[in-house]
Design a protein around this ligand. Sequence first.
Ligand SMILES: Cc1cc2nc3c(=O)[nH]c(=O)nc-3n(C[C@H](O)[C@H](O)[C@H](O)COP(=O)(O)OP(=O)(O)OC[C@H]3O[C@@H](n4cnc5c(N)ncnc54)[C@H](O)[C@@H]3O)c2cc1C
Length: 356
Amino acid sequence: MKYLPNEKVSYLIIGQGLVGTWMSYYLSQQSLTFKIINDAIIPSASSVASGVINPVTGRRIVQTWMIDELLPFAIEAYTQIGNIIGEALIQHAPIIAIHPSEQMKESFEYRLTHDNVYLAQNKMEDWIQYFKIPFGTGQINECYWLDLNTLLQKWNTKLKLDNHLINERFEMDDLQILEDEVQWKNITADHIIFCDGNNSMQNEYFNCLPFAPNKGEALIVSIPGLPNTHIYKNNVSIVPWKEDLFWVGSNYEWTFENDLPSPAFKEKMIVALDSLLTVPYTIVDHLAGIRPANTQRRPFVGKHPYLPQLAICNGMGTKGCSLAPYFTKQLISNIENGTSINAEADVQRFSQLFKK
Ligand SMILES: Cc1cc2nc3c(=O)[nH]c(=O)nc-3n(C[C@H](O)[C@H](O)[C@H](O)COP(=O)(O)OP(=O)(O)OC[C@H]3O[C@@H](n4cnc5c(N)ncnc54)[C@H](O)[C@@H]3O)c2cc1C
């Protein structure tokens, strides 16, 4: 990568996972100048995620935070970015809930008749040729599957072609904080936005935030004949990946020694798949990643309270697919126009933790 002498941009973005991708999308939509620094060698949560937007969560099957606003926003956003790169990135894929126990079946049936928006009954007979179903099935509508790998790769190519991408590791020692701007190597920028996932935990300006990284793994499995029009959920999720491949996972580990795939997870998934599927399957890959989660389960979005040329968009946890487009747009609008950031996501809620 050749640098122009003393190049000046409005924004420097660190990281091109889901968050950096959306940040650069909204900057280009507003014709704002930017460079995005990404090191493809550093593991990213976005590249191992299943890409599901599920409007309900938990054993009580309640609606997820802000879903009424986030879901239509995400559908529109993924459709638009897909149009730009010439790919259909978002697919409506209802979840077939294969109840793992009598208790979960009762919980589903209770929610069907109490404050229900997304749940429906379905025909168990449609699925019996693929699955062992001792406790019946239900359906969760308004779920979506995103082809994240195509999004990240094609957007990366576009960033390169448009001369926005710097493919190298960002080191804090190379950053100078000037009075109203920042300088990185020979680039001066009005703002730097950290979209570097878990690496922000080492960032001296934002490491006071209550990060709580969470490890997750998945198997990539070939299941010939299983329709890739739906997502299947029992104790494990089976999510379309590409062609006859499915993503199978996951686990949520708060304590872990490394970010590598573990034999214990693979064994657990084999037991789960053997007790769930009636059709043959073959394991073709095993992935692992660290979710940039936090103790509050809400994103970290906003400017540093004392150094407003520094900002962060992070902490997307298990919900990056729906949160990233919405909150990257909100942050740019906050910086450009002074509009507010949702108070539950705004880093200003931690202002007492930041050093002056
Ligand atoms: C197994 C698993 C399954 C998941 N499934 C889902 C799901 O179905 N739905 C959902 O909504 N969410 C899911 N998630 C969560 C989702 O992946 C995250 O919320 C989201 O990807 C976070 O995106 P990010 O851009 O903040 O971080 P990341 O994707 O980690 O991106 C950070 C980027 O910054 C780059 N980087 C870091 N440091 C530097 C540096 N110093 N210099 C240059 N570049 C740097 C990295 O290379 C990377 O590209 C899942 C996560 C896991 C692990």
